[in-house]
Design a binder for this molecule. Structure first.
Ligand SMILES: CC(C)(COP(=O)(O)OP(=O)(O)OC[C@H]1O[C@@H](n2cnc3c(N)ncnc32)[C@H](O)[C@@H]1OP(=O)(O)O)[C@@H](O)C(=O)NCCC(=O)NCCS
Length: 455
């Protein structure tokens, strides 16, 4: 067999794939017969109860008599409504991500001194081991920053003398380091990629200990390190909105599953990054921007309801864009009538789009937001309603901030590492059992046939 390229699929692999198609497909009726909760959810979309948490709560249904009915979505961090948290720090004209990271990890809102000390602690940990950028990040840069980030996280294991120690103080120290370092690992990974793949000038700015996480991202990313206060505050709000979303979301559940085996922090976080990368999870915001760009190219009139509706129907019928059958940025495993994070974001998006002269694009987003639920309900079986999710607007915001698409999902990770860390610590503090659900075997037993009798 000739092996020219690692990504070559040889004819043998295609032959084996044909066999797998014959043996690997499970009759969909069996899932109903054995009452399998596919996606670990029941028919109304409600997740199977897998654990208890004090970290956050998502409300999307309310009791009406004996029945649970869909309601406007609400999100609480440690019992406090996210809308009040955002309103609070915006009114006080300060950054919110550090306060939220403290709240998620520690369980209480910090007072002034605690917040100052915590911010200084993050600044203290925002230093990479000597030569890490040169020896690790600059070598074999990947075109996907989530893979770059995961590789860097796994490599940090080798630099940590207490890498396997899963005592709470040590895991908290590792978590604070990762929260502090994620902006550097992501942005430097992107600079290396731009330099080696696109031939752009390479610049590595060092983080400024006086700046917030959001400010540092913009400072590290831009050649001249310049940004406006509005840009940094909107990015900060985005970090706050993406920091946590319950124990059941795919990447946080991954954190629980992997932590429950007793493994180290770096292995756990690398697994969670792999989950977040998926287009059905954190990768959706890039897809939203690409999908809207594709619409702009293919529609003759962006304001025409019928043209937009036709395009959305084509998306669902796998006839447009990436032919995956999805309208990205719409729908959510838990929310039904609305996603509070999308609502908060939208209030900022309109102002920013006007400032950037992109009101026409904003109108198109609004039209898709209005029409997509109708189109999805017509083409799919919907039990709980569909609405715009946080990723619908986050991609648009990031493109207005001129953030490269390669960094859209890493920015989600820069925020969500706070939630993952809180959940890992909660899992370890409560010494949970190793997570191990069941899979029913539907393959009948067969005799073993010796090799020379097969075929
Ligand atoms: C997030 C998502 C995976 C949730 O799916 P879900 O938990 O199955 O949600 P629901 O139970 O409400 O979906 C019911 C049906 O509508 C479909 N649906 C929901 N949102 C959809 C969308 N945006 N585009 C196409 N179909 C969608 C689901 O695939 C499901 O169909 P199926 O029963 O044939 O599998 C889904 O909405 C999706 O893929 N959205 C697009 C990607 C995205 O924006 N992800 C970011 C999430 S924050």
């Amino acid at each position: 067999m000739e092996n020219k390229n690692i990504s070559d699929i040889t004819p043998e692999v295609f032959d084996l794939t044909e066999r797998i198609y014959q043996t690997g497909v499970i009759n969909p009726e069996l899932y109903t017969k054995y009452q399998v909760k596919r996606g670990l959810r029941d028919i109304s979309g409600k997740g199977v109860l897998a654990g208890l948490t004090r970290i956050s709560d998502i409300q999307s249904f309310i009791a009406q008599g004996d029945e649970m009915v869909p309601c406007e979505g609400k999100l609480f961090y440690r019992g406090i409504n996210i809308k009040d948290i955002v309103k609070g720090f915006i009114q006080e004209k300060r950054y919110g991500f550090e306060e939220v990271a403290y709240l998620l990890l520690v369980g209480e809102m910090p007072d002034k001194k605690e917040l100052k000390d915590f911010t200084q602690l993050l600044a203290h940990y925002r230093t990479l081991p000597t030569s890490f950028v040169r020896d690790i990040i600059m070598k074999a840069p990947s075109q996907d920053m989530m893979n770059t980030l995961a590789r860097s996280v796994l490599t940090l294991y080798s630099y940590d003398d207490k890498a396997n120690d899963i005592s709470i103080p040590n895991v908290l120290r590792q978590s604070l380091q990762l929260i502090a370092l994620f902006p550097l690992l992501s942005v430097y990974g992107y600079q290396a990629y731009r330099h080696y793949h696109d031939g752009q000038s390479l610049f590595i700015h060092v983080p400024d200990p006086e700046l917030s996480t959001a400010q540092n991202i913009l400072h590290l990313l831009r050649p001249d390190s310049k940004y406006s206060e509005l840009e940094a505050h909107i990015l900060d709000v985005s970090l706050v909105l993406h920091a946590e979303h319950g124990g059941g979301n795919n990447s946080t559940f991954t954190t629980h599953v992997v932590s429950s085996s007793g493994t180290d922090t770096y292995s756990t976080v690398a697994a969670s990054l792999g989950s977040l990368k998926g287009p059905k999870h954190g990768g959706a915001n890039i897809k939203v921007v690409q999908m809207v760009e594709d619409m702009k190219k293919n529609l003759s009139d962006w304001t025409s309801e019928s043209e937009v509706k036709d395009y959305l129907t084509k998306l669902l019928n796998k006839q447009a864009f990436d032919k995956a059958g999805l309208i990205y940025g719409m729908g959510h495993a838990v929310y039904s009538l609305s996603d509070p994070r999308a609502d908060i974001f939208k209030s900022f998006v309109q102002n920013l789009s006007e400032e950037k002269g992109l009101s026409k694009e904003f109108q198109l987003y609004s039209l898709v937001e209005r029409l997509a639920p109708e189109v999805i309900a017509k083409e799919r079986k919907i039990y709980k309603g569909v609405s715009a999710n946080v990723d619908f607007y986050s991609g648009f915001v990031y493109s207005m901030l001129k953030l490269p698409t390669e960094l859209f999902t890493p920015i989600f990770a820069i925020a969500r590492i706070a939630g993952w860390s809180a959940h890992r610590i909660e899992e370890l503090s409560n010494a949970g059992k190793i997570i191990r659900p069941a899979y029913k075997n539907v393959q009948e037993e067969r005799p073993y046939i010796p090799l020379d009798q097969r075929g």
